[in-house]
Ligand binder design. Structure first.
Ligand code: 4NP
Length: 157
């Protein structure tokens, strides 16, 4: 299983999603590949936003070694599942898909816990620290569900 988390800048939301899912996978002994990327390249090469690093650290997760990169069309081949944070990310990534099969890999991350509601993880970039706490909680709940679903599917086989 290979999963990529996608937001706009790859410095606020998707680095947190990557860090949280990696920690949950590690804790449950799940060997999955997890990465993140942005639809835009503005922040390519940068570390996560200081506020994302802080909220992660508060929860015992170190995301300081991550570096931002832009999503590439080749990522459709490299990953089984593409979780996007908001509707804009969804439209941007689906528009890059080369086939229906590739487009089907793209899912709004909050649909894991609120099926078919098509809710967005709000962009916290221009807000205060409170926004990051809220984003953390949404991503923590979503990643918990992702890990539980993978474990349940593994048990079926
Ligand atoms: P992210 O947040 O998509 O969660 O990484 C943003 C980061 C940077 C910008 C927008 C959103 N920006 O406009 O530079």
């Amino acid at each position: 299983m290979k999963i990529i988390m996608v937001c706009l800048g790859n410095i606020c939301r998707s680095p947190l999603a990557e860090g949280i899912l990696k920690e949950k996978a590690r804790a449950r002994g799940l060997e999955i590949t997890i990465d993140s990327a942005g639809t835009a390249a503005y922040h390519a090469g940068e570390r996560p936003d200081r506020r994302s690093q802080q909220i992660a650290r508060k929860h015992g997760i170190d995301i300081s070694q991550q570096r931002a990169r832009q999503f590439q069309v080749a990522d459709f081949d490299l990953f089984d599942k593409i979780y996007v944070m908001d509707i804009n990310n969804f439209e941007d990534i689906v528009s890059l898909a080369g086939s229906e099969k590739e487009a089907e890999k793209v899912e709004l991350i909050l649909n894991t816990i609120y099926p078919e509601k098509n809710l967005s993880v709000p962009d916290p970039y221009y807000g205060g620290n409170n926004g990051f706490e809220k984003v953390y909680r949404m991503l923590d709940a979503s990643c918990e569900k992702i890990v539980e679903d993978i474990l349940a599917n593994n048990a079926d086989r």
